[in-house]
Design a protein around this ligand. Sequence first.
Ligand code: NAD
Length: 373
Amino acid sequence: MKIAVLKEAADGERRVAATPETVRKFIALGAQVAVERGAGDAAACPDAAYAAAGARVAERSAVVADAQIVLGVQGPEPAALQGAAPGAWIVAALDPFGHRDRVDAYAAAGVEALAMELMPRITRAQAMDILSSQSNLSGYKAVLDAAAEYDRALPMMMTAAGTISAARVFVMGVGVAGLQAIATARRLGAQVSATDVRAATREQIQSLGAKPIFVDAVEGIAGEGSGGYAGEMSDAYKAAQAELVSAHIAKQDIVITTALIPGRPAPRLISDVQIATMRAGSVIVDLAVEQGGNVEGAVAGQVVDRHGVRLVGHRNVPSRLAADASALFARNLYNFLSTFWDKDAGRPVLDAEIGDAIRLTQGGRVVHPRLLS
Ligand code: NAD
């Protein structure tokens, strides 16, 4: 069993899909590992560390040749898989709805494409969940990015020259990223409030020492919603939420938005009119900017000024913490493959619950139901 680790080709992608730690573990399972030269350079994993862990470090064609499993962070161009064993697995965040052409090309090339972001949110798959591991780091980094753009301090400081008051931070969307953003802003001494459409988050917000800001007039999503995710809200809910946000946002110094709806564009939570009510020097970080954006006027890949407020729209936030993001991503992939490792077969064999959820292509065809309908 040969596992190939690719150097990421996407613009600005600094992460790597295996670390020397996971290479060692794959070798302990009985696999051979080949790593493309320079694959971990931007994530504090030099070639020498992979070699010391037992990997063969080589050029792409030699790495991919006869590999049965190819690991990536983002999906590679199908041409990069040329020479892999017939039916080889490509395991990565494949963005199947954004890169449908590529999925077709994987099918045509006869590879089995496994989209790690489609991993079901079930207890036994938590350790394989790349969305959680990466979102957690994004939530943390969003607060640091906000603090870096903010021309004031976050904690209250009592100095001989006078008192600086604590920054008010508002977190919109309290999933994995939002919870970590709340915790990070609290650690930095900010006064934190947060909101979500899922009623279950109220208690989580409080347990982190932040203030819940909720639409009470119109019902949100009771419990955890479908698979823990939010859905599109009614017009009445949206109107009540906009009113609530308008009243609250004018008093905030930093807003972090993280709201996503699976399979749909991100919900618009902050309008230009609302931004104009914030005081000059305030900062808004839109973590959903690449999915359509929660904030009117936020631009992917840029920091823009609107009414004296800085709108921060960094792309690929986990990649901004490439070493830790890679370490966790790599462990997710190892946890996935090792959980299903069949000792007799000397390779992983998936069960139906997880296999059917993440498998996009097999036997030369696209097989995922969400891509067929
Ligand atoms: P997500 O990234 O899909 O969305 C982020 C947050 O935005 C969610 O909390 C969502 O409710 C919220 N949101 C959506 N529309 C909104 C709106 N209009 N206004 C305000 N907020 C809005 O979510 P996520 O981080 O992937 O987590 C979703 C849930 O899944 C959480 O409850 C999490 O604990 C759960 N989860 C479970 C597992 C598991 O059991 N394996 C793993 C990870 C996450």
